[in-house]
Design a protein around this ligand. Sequence first.
Ligand SMILES: C[S@@+](CC[C@H](N)C(=O)[O-])C[C@H]1O[C@@H](n2cnc3c(N)ncnc32)[C@H](O)[C@@H]1O
Length: 176
Amino acid sequence: MRRAGRVSTLRCWLRPVIGSRGADQSAGMLARARARGIAFSLQRTSLQDQPYAARFDAVLTIEAMQHIPPEDWPGVLANLGRAVRPGGLVYLTVQVLGQHHIQRAFESLRVRGLPAVRGELAEEDTPGYHYFPGRDQAAGWFGQQGLAIVDEGFRRGNDWGHHHFLLRPGPAPPAS
Ligand SMILES: C[S@@+](CC[C@H](N)C(=O)[O-])C[C@H]1O[C@@H](n2cnc3c(N)ncnc32)[C@H](O)[C@@H]1O
């Protein structure tokens, strides 16, 4: 399942996205999306604040989950799953980084007395906050939020990579 070739399968699946609605927390990124005409409507909001319920056939979150802190992952996944209609799909990418970068960032944050979680990056030379939970932690959170993995792929870059997940929301998880 986790062969690089699966990524192109997912990309083919993504191509016919028509009538899409876009959201991002950055006004600048929304302006770029508007200029490219990639969505019929664009909204400035965060993944943490998505209010939609059973509204879309599919929800795509591309290259954004690496900016979500660990404590927000369950809520964001719940928001994505809730937004699709029954039978709908969620597609998202999970970026991974070389373990030596993760270890160095973790040590640097802890040395400064910050309550860092392994996988977090908040270095001055890094553009913005990042969190890399790794494939298995992300998959664990999918399961907790009732998101079944329909398909997945992996594309490796230089010292980093992206897992691509196609998820199908199931019945709501029992309240804890
Ligand atoms: C690497 S860029 C990817 C942009 C675009 N999705 C793409 O694939 O070209 C990451 C994007 O995630 C957005 N982002 C980061 N945290 C977010 C959050 N909590 N809610 C919504 N958008 C967020 C940033 O504003 C930025 O536009």
